[in-house]
Design a protein around this ligand. Sequence first.
Ligand code: KPL
Length: 297
Amino acid sequence: MNATWHILGAGAIGNLWACHLISAGFPVSLILRSEEKLSQFNEQGGLLLQDTLYPASAELADHNSQISQLLITTKAQDTQIAFNSIRQRISDTARVIVLQNGMGSQQWITDQLPDADIVWASTTDGVWLEEPFKLIHAGEGYTRLGNPDKDSYWVEELGRGFLKIELDDDIKQTLWCKLAINCAINPLTANYQCQNGELIKNPDYLSEMAQICHEVEAVANAAGIQLFKEPLIKHACDVAELTANNYSSMMQDVRLGRTTEIDAITGYLCKLAEQYAIPTPTNLKYLRKIKKTHECI
Ligand code: KPL
């Protein structure tokens, strides 16, 4: 019998991965935030993905079972509180996957569990919750996973499910590329309350995006990270064009009055820039704007 995968962060990506892991033959338990969520889940009896019911189970953080396989899909800013609520239950040598936007919390988790086998991941799958525990897999992408320090062959077992999985021997670089695109698109769309495509139509927004990209490249360069083969602005424009009618995740958070991932995205970049003494005025401008307007700081 395969060991259970526990999922911390039962949003759209966490739920999609729960279905994936079930399809790969693993028992799955979602760690939910409240009794209310738990009864809502139990009423449905599992996760619904495109009319198929996936028989996951669910529990609260204070359940007493040990956790030997853990997938963390919380929003970056919720990670520490959520992780600390289950810390006592995680076995020292657990297998852990950290699948999140932004940077910083992957390393934080790795530091908390020095003997665990931890892989970091990045995905291009597009998914949203039509209702709680009812999913729409809107865009089929792929998920890259890799341990930044060693080989973790168990990741291959995850390839048995329906999602596309790729082993990544340079996951830091992959996460950096995602971070760079998120720095270019997310704060601008959140600030100007627009769709991604507007950034390439409006010359003022485009010029801000070019500045942001220029600064991100300088910081990546100082950190010894090779981003894309072509200039970042070219890549960011391509993504904005491909996702022209979409609202970025940060824009959606702002619209729904939720805290955003700005600290894990632009905030991470600006902190690193400070360490390398690289000026990042445009990134700092949007970091402050988003925090001031939407995070009450
Ligand atoms: O990842 C994204 C997001 O919205 O978070 C895209 C669409 C690529 C924009 O940065």
